[in-house]
Design a protein around this ligand. Structure first.
Ligand code: PA5
Length: 460
């Protein structure tokens, strides 16, 4: 059995070299799991075909990547065209209505996008995020930022409030606060669009004071990154949205044609390998990109895995309290923080690394050939990054601690679209292996009920 499954285009390799034969999970265990893996692959293929998941009224359409009704994507593209002359786009939303847009900005444009001047951004607006918390100081700081600029001349700010339900406290409150506060600033023109389902409070607000973009049917928040919901601000920032979707479609056809074959289907292999480790007590899932640009992929994956698979009951109604616990880590930063725990702490986790083979222009960065550099002299920074990752993986395996790795050929739209689709498919497969519904989130209702009661009964 091979240890690396490769997709050629877009270039994504998944290696289990250090997660099989480590920690009590062998290649034979993987082979023994083949029937369950085939059943999971068949169930996913049926979901792609039918758009239906067991026990859900709403269809599940994320695997179709926007094929079907072109209306929502066209609406988002024309909104993106309208706002490209704005100074700033503020995306307001939380959970799945935030992380998809954020992951595309950080990975493709860089977390420092707003620090570039307009020319450096290719004549595109700044892209900021709000509403993904209720931190009053952060929100006040955002208002202050616009206030400090208002003396310098007119500015145009486009708010895009994203909320499927249109009732989410963070999104509604932040949208209302920002619209009011920015509207009072001299020289600030503030416009509002809402990406939401019809008839929601947010839709009503935007219909009165702005425009409403349709939240596509069959797309749950955390599954929305490659739908018009997640692609909206990327389109406004000049990201090649078609290349993202093409990359995802290319991976989809690899996964569907590989079906239950664990040597050809990296998403299924990933799901099965992690299921086997979880069955041996390793249900902590450290997801560790070796790149600042990919930190957000980890945050996005954490939400996808936690909310999709952390369930009290399986689809038969039995109490299972299942799902792995995802943990964000970033290399090499967290090798000086979390790695001590990963290497010597409880044997309750796996580490998945994510790296990029070719960093393009950044490959030119080398350590100068000076005596002080010692063995580092002349080394590329990307090479040091790779060696550090491999050292982490080898050290973990040396103490019988498993890690697996994803390696991207480069970081571009096509490859990122493919990776995000692969990870979504892996969570769908894992849901099948666990026999839980990956598309609902009943667990978040408990705190929402308490919050509603408090908002209804307590004076402000
Ligand atoms: O993935 C999900 O379903 C959630 O994380 C939602 O995206 C999040 O709760 C925000 O919900 P809404 O889009 O209704 O504001």
């Amino acid at each position: 059995m091979t240890s690396t499954v490769r997709i050629e285009d877009p270039s994504i390799a998944y290696s289990t070299e250090r997660s099989l034969g480590v920690g009590g999970v062998s290649a034979a265990d993987l082979e023994a799991a083949a029937p369950a893996a085939r059943a999971a692959a068949d169930a996913f293929a049926a979901l792609v075909e039918s758009g239906r998941a067991v026990g859900l009224d709403e269809p599940v359409l994320w695997p179709r990547l926007g094929e079907g009704d072109p209306g929502p994507l066209e609406a988002v593209r024309s909104w993106a065209e309208r706002v490209r002359r704005a100074d700033t786009v503020v995306s307001v939303g939380i959970g799945g209505s935030y992380l998809g847009n954020r992951v595309l900005r950080d990975a493709l444009l860089g977390p420092g996008w707003n620090e570039r001047d307009r020319e450096g951004r290719g004549d595109r607006p700044e892209l900021r995020f709000a509403g993904y918390h209720l931190d009053p100081a952060e929100l006040a700081a955002l208002v202050d930022l616009f206030a400090s600029r208002s003396a310098r001349g007119p500015q145009r700010v486009e708010l895009l409030a994203i909320s499927k339900s249109g009732t989410t406290v963070e999104t509604l409150a932040t949208t209302l606060v920002l619209r009011e506060a920015l509207g009072q600033l001299p020289g600030v023109e503030v416009r509002l669009a809402a990406l939401t389902a019809p008839g929601t409070p947010l839709a009503e607000l935007a219909a009165e004071r702005g425009e409403v973009l349709p939240f596509p049917e069959g797309i749950g928040g955390r599954w929305s990154v490659l739908s018009p919901v997640g692609l909206a601000t990327a389109a406004a920032s000049g990201v090649d949205v078609d290349a993202l979707l093409d990359g995802a479609r290319a991976v989809r056809s690899v996964l569907l044609s590989a079906g239950g074959e664990l040597d050809r289907n990296p998403a299924l292999r990933y799901a099965v390998v992690h299921r086997l480790h979880a069955q041996r007590g390793r249900s902590g899932a450290v997801f560790m990109p070796y790149a600042e640009r990919l930190r957000c992929v980890s945050e996005w994956y954490v939400q996808l895995l936690a909310e999709s698979l952390g369930k009290a009951r399986d689809r038969q109604g039995r109490r299972v309290h299942t799902g792995r616990t995802p943990i964000v880590a970033v290399g090499t930063t967290d090798m000086h923080a979390q790695t001590q725990q990963h290497q010597e702490g409880a044997r309750d986790k796996t580490v998945t690394t994510l790296d990029v083979l070719d960093w393009g222009a950044a490959e030119a960065l080398r350590v100068p050939e000076l005596p002080a550099a010692g063995r580092l002299a002349g080394r590329r920074v990307s090479e040091l990054n790779r060696y550090a990752r491999e050292a982490n993986e080898v050290a973990l395996a040396g103490d019988d601690r498993p890690s697996d790795s994803f390696l991207l050929g480069r970081l571009d739209e096509r490859t990122l679209g493919g990776l995000l689709y692969l990870l979504m498919a892996s969570v769908a497969y894992e849901g099948e292996l666990l026999d839980v519904c990956a598309y609902d989130q009943p667990g978040v209702e408990a705190y929402k009920r308490v919050l509603r009661e408090r908002l209804g009964t307590q004076p402000a």
